[in-house]
Design a protein around this ligand. Structure first.
Ligand SMILES: *[C@@H]1O[C@H](CO)[C@@H](O)[C@H](O)[C@H]1NC(C)=O
Ligand SMILES: *[C@@H]1O[C@H](CO)[C@@H](O)[C@H](O)[C@H]1NC(C)=O
Ligand SMILES: *[C@@H]1O[C@H](CO)[C@@H](O)[C@H](O)[C@H]1NC(C)=O
Ligand SMILES: *[C@@H]1O[C@H](CO)[C@@H](O)[C@H](O)[C@H]1NC(C)=O
Ligand SMILES: *[C@@H]1O[C@H](CO)[C@@H](O)[C@H](O)[C@H]1NC(C)=O
Length: 950
């Protein structure tokens, strides 16, 4: 949340009345008025104008190439020479080329001469920021590819280096010396060429006084030493120009994805004709626009390029302000991107593999996979700014039960604190938080409270942070003061290791605030872009200084991650030694590559309008394909008051978001789901009940993602790579690997709905759990099916070939569902077979990791058999779940016209006849199956003989 900055509007109204329509835009920089982007755009344009005559100023010195054997791997070192015609001195840019596990190739370019000691601005570290990877990567021990798995050649003429890698040498990278290009081949076909267009630019350090001599004709000096943007004129840019830029041509790829966060389509748009490249700069953007490439709250600089047989990931390892131009105008099947970052080392990784899912896996090996969340956090979250006091919270808690809405968590926004002082309670509104938590616990529920990084001045906690010099500093290297919710504030610098013990101290069991002897309180980290109400672009000035003497400029996009990681550390420590140790849950607004390891994200402050419901689908899809699957949008929209229809449709869509939370602004009318009244309330309840029924499937999807990085909200093209049309479908999705294909209704008054089926597999209608009857679709070629729909319909299909698990009993919360029986839905495919997985653990502790207390079950079926195989189980855990049954099995078989005569079940030494309903509408239901989920079993289906056979 954030308020609009009144004084800005006033300034604009007085000085530039014609800009009133663009109030929001005018708060944020564009490429044109960002010095570093402007300069690189100009540079690229002048090179384009020169055409093939252009002679690059950059080349690799052949004699600089050195192959270092290190840690069982090889690293190729060398130097790129930057030659400025007007200067005697050349600039040396040392580079490193290495190969990491997962066939990831990494290229890093630094700058040798940083004569910064010559100037006086010396409260700043004088080399380029090179620690982005320390934050983004999962370990500091890089998983280098073993030396014997790849081969390096330097060609005879000394004009290029060739690296062969991959299990069967299917990869090859060629680094040419002049011009400097890096081409990566897969099966001898070039897939990507870095610097194909010669846009590589590396602004070397130079003194302001002699800048002129350092310029070449293709450059401009716009904004090198001063910031022309009205809100950041005070930025002294003490280190002068430092930008880095590089272009990449993707061979045979027109479909590009990723680089969130933007409120835009899944498939990236061409930006050549717009003055709005994609921007990565974490900001608190007030009432963001849809269909926009403007910066938002988070940044993950991972781009995916996908074609039927090959996928490619480009990970631009940089946390500074970054603009990305996308060019799809080439007549060939190629596209290209131009990346421009304000500073830091140039560092990127290229990942090539057969499928986008493999890219997710290989990227996950480097940055880590999403943590398996506690099961409760996959339930429904009830939030608003604000639940006013204890009574309000408990009333909502009770009304949820009265109206039979399952839910797991109620949230407290900033108003629970004493004057927005985090780690305090407002003692009038919340006199007995311990009691409150106990009451919630009693019904199996949790509390999430907000703790932000801005700290109100003049209270015990900010005093301590200031005293211990753990704040973000201003450009003079003294404590930075700015404005946020509490008024004057300081910001904890979570880059500083000193901050961690200070933060931890507030989470301890004996702490006055958190010592609540209860483990049902979890965290919400908001405003961590960071949001600074009176700062440029509503954030911190770029010349602020962090621990280590780094300018904020160098680390801006990483700050949010350091903050929620500090919270995670504190929560982990808090739970240590507690036998009821629960996995932490943290929701963050700001994030970076690697955030998936410790937090969930949501798409920030959306609006109660249909277009925001619609755009939430591609936004959550994009988050998922860059390995940040635990994501969702505020159900109902944050700002404004949704119509009853919109609210209902949003619940029906929101149940599929991996993170499912309703939230509302303080000025919005109350909208807990029973308020709308009938028929809306019942329809919303059905939606929430469906979410809860599907939790075993969702939890299994999280388990799979935590191992492989596979999206949970999965784009259609992941399962239809040979179908070109599927590449741009972003209003529907698969729900993990479950085969559920969902297209939420996002249009007002919709009574017809079209769902795109991307292949010729059989699909079973699962709209409203396909009760009472079921439609079966099997198209001769991919295309749309049309359905009449009413408000109560949640359109969904199950793709043949899948087996999904449910728990269908109504319970107040996930904790109370633990011992409930399962239902299986078996959806046979065109060949009459189906498969599925079910993952089970206690849903809250780390025992699955520590002592292997988990079960992984594989189900398979044909027309005449169904069986379960226990892939993994621990004795202790087997005991714990021994009473949990599979109760109901629904068999969907599009092909069979035969009737089933009998069904026998065999588990261990026992065998019995199943009770079942005769086949109706291709559907057979086994009731009261009494099968233990913890042990393997077999089912035989005996059909009545065909009439023909008689
Ligand atoms: C900047 O301030 C921090 C304390 O906030 C201090 O540790 C650091 O040494 C200072 N840097 C310089 C160059 O004085
Ligand atoms: C970053 O650069 C500095 C200075 O060149 C060097 O001492 C340090 O080891 C580098 N750190 C990393 C993580 O590469
Ligand atoms: C560097 O830090 C010192 C101590 O905080 C401060 O007095 C000085 O003004 C700073 N220098 C610059 C150039 O900002
Ligand atoms: C753990 O949970 C049990 C049962 O819910 C409770 O009795 C016990 O006090 C808890 N222990 C701790 C250390 O919180
Ligand atoms: C499995 O359960 C046993 C108890 O039967 C326990 O001792 C062991 O540590 C557990 N974990 C694994 C990985 O086997």
């Amino acid at each position: 949340m954030k308020f609009i900055r009144q004084f800005h509007i006033i300034l604009i109204l007085i000085w530039a009345p014609t800009l009133v329509f663009g109030v929001k835009e005018s708060l944020f920089k564009t490429c044109e008025n960002s010095g570093f982007c402007h300069r690189n755009k100009y540079f690229a344009e002048s090179i384009k104008n020169e055409g093939s005559n252009y002679q690059s100023r950059y080349s690799i010195a052949p004699e600089s190439i050195l192959i270092e054997s290190k840690l069982n791997t090889k690293i190729i070192h060398g130097q790129i020479i930057k030659d400025i015609p007007t200067l005697a001195e050349d600039f040396i840019l040392p580079f490193e080329l290495s190969i990491l596990e997962g066939n990831n190739i990494r290229f890093t370019i630094n700058e040798e001469q940083r004569h910064i000691a010559d100037i006086k601005a010396i409260n700043i570290t004088n080399y380029r920021y090179n620690q982005t990877s320390d934050w983004a990567f999962v370990t500091s021990e890089l998983p280098y590819l073993a030396e014997n798995l790849f081969k390096v050649e330097i060609d005879q003429s000394k004009s290029e280096v060739i690296v062969h890698y991959g299990e069967s040498n299917e990869y090859k990278a060629i680094l040419t010396f002049n011009p400097v290009t890096l081409t990566v081949f897969y099966n001898d076909i070039p897939q990507v060429i870095a610097n194909h267009q010669n846009f590589f630019n590396f602004e070397h350090w130079r003194p302001k006084e002699s800048n002129y001599e350092h310029l070449t004709v293709e450059e401009t000096d716009y904004g090198m030493f001063e910031d022309h943007f009205v809100d950041s004129e005070n930025d002294k840019i003490p280190l002068g120009p430092e930008s880095i830029a590089l272009d990449f041509t993707f061979k045979g790829f027109k479909n590009l994805y990723g680089i969130p966060e933007h409120a835009d389509s899944l498939n990236l748009k061409d930006t050549t004709d717009s003055d709005q490249p994609y921007r990565l700069y974490n900001v608190d953007i007030f009432e963001y626009e849809t269909n926009s490439r403007m910066a938002m709250y988070g940044a993950i600089p991972l781009l995916l390029a996908v074609k039927p047989e090959i996928s490619l990931g480009l990970f631009w390892i940089n946390g500074a302000d970054t603009f990305i131009n996308v060019d799809k105008t080439s007549n060939e099947e190629d596209s290209s991107t131009h990346w421009i970052s304000e500073n830091g080392v140039l560092d990127f990784m290229i990942i090539i593999d057969k499928t986008p899912a493999n890219i997710n896996y290989n990227y996950g090996l480097i940055t880590g996979f999403t943590q398996l969340p506690p099961l409760f956090s996959l339930g429904y979250h009830q939030c608003r700014w604000n639940y006013n006091d204890e009574k309000d919270v408990l009333d909502v808690n009770q009304l949820m039960d009265k109206h039979q809405f399952p839910y797991d968590t109620i949230w407290l926004d900033i108003e629970y604190t004493d004057q927005k002082k985090y780690f305090t309670w407002d003692k009038h509104k919340f006199p007995s938080p311990k009691q409150l938590l106990k009451s919630l616990d009693h019904t199996g529920r949790n509390l999430v409270i907000i703790i932000d990084p801005h700290l109100k001045t003049n209270y015990f906690f900010s005093d301590e942070v200031i005293k211990k010099q753990a704040c973000i500093n201003d450009s003079k290297n003294t404590t930075f003061y700015g404005h946020c919710w509490p008024g004057e504030s300081v910001w904890i610098d979570t880059f500083n290791p000193t901050s961690q013990p200070i933060w931890d101290s507030q989470f301890e069991w004996n702490n006055e605030f958190f010592g609540l002897d209860s483990s049902n309180v979890f965290l919400w980290n908001d405003m961590n872009e960071p949001s600074v109400f009176n700062g440029p672009e509503t954030s911190a000035p770029k010349d602020n200084i962090h621990f280590g003497g780094w300018e904020h400029r160098s680390v801006h996009n990483i700050y949010g991650l350091t903050y929620h990681e500090a919270t995670y550390e504190s929560l982990i420590k808090r739970t240590k030694g507690n036998t009821n140790r629960t996995r932490p849950f943290i929701l963050t607004r700001s994030y970076f590559a690697g955030s998936q390891r410790t937090a969930a994200m949501w798409t920030g402050d959306n609006m109660s309008k249909w277009e925001y419901l619609k755009i939430s689908i591609p936004m959550v899809l994009t988050s998922n394909i860059v390995n940040m699957p635990f994501s969702g949008a505020d159900v109902g929209g944050f700002f404004g008051n949704p119509s009853k229809e919109l609210l209902t449709r949003w619940y029906q869509a929101g149940i599929w978001y991996p993170f499912f939370r309703a939230h509302a602004h303080i000025d919005a009318r109350r909208r807990e789901p029973w308020i709308a009244g009938e028929p809306y309330t019942s329809i919303m309840r059905d939606a929430v009940l469906l979410r809860y029924a599907l939790l075993p499937t969702l939890y299994t999807a999280f388990y799979e993602s935590s191992k492989t990085g596979i999206p949970i909200f999965k784009p259609i093209f992941y399962e239809a790579l040979t179908n070109p049309k599927s590449y741009s479908i972003d209003d529907e999705f698969f729900f993990g690997n479950s085969g559920l294909l969902v297209k939420p209704v996002t249009d007002e008054g919709a009574d017809r709905h079209e769902i795109y089926i991307p292949d010729t597999e059989v699909y079973y209608d699962y709209t409203n759990r396909s009760l009472p009857s079921i439609n079966v679709y099997k198209l001769d070629e991919p295309g749309y099916i049309k359905k009449d729909i009413s408000l109560q319909d949640i359109p969904a299909l199950i793709k043949g070939g899948h087996i999904i698990s449910l728990k269908e009993r109504y319970r107040r919360s996930t904790r109370l569902m633990v011992n409930d029986p399962y239902t299986l839905i078996i959806a046979l495919n065109n060949n009459g077979v189906a498969e599925g997985q079910l993952y089970i653990d206690d849903g809250e502790s780390f025992e699955f990791e520590n002592s292997g207390e988990l079960a992984l079950v594989k189900f398979s079926a044909t027309e005449s058999t169904i069986n379960s195989q226990i892939l993994e189980i621990n004795d202790t855990f087997k005991q714990k779940i021994s009473s949990i049954k599979i109760e109901k099995i629904i068999i969907l078989n599009s092909k069979s016209n035969k009737s089933i005569e009998s069904i026998s079940i065999k588990q261990g030494d026992e065998e019995w006849q199943a009770k079942f309903d005769g086949t109706v509408d291709k559907k057979t239901i086994i009731h009261n199956a009494k099968i233990k989920v913890s042990e393997s079993w077999d089912i035989q289906l005996i059909y009545e003989p065909d009439h023909d056979e008689l």
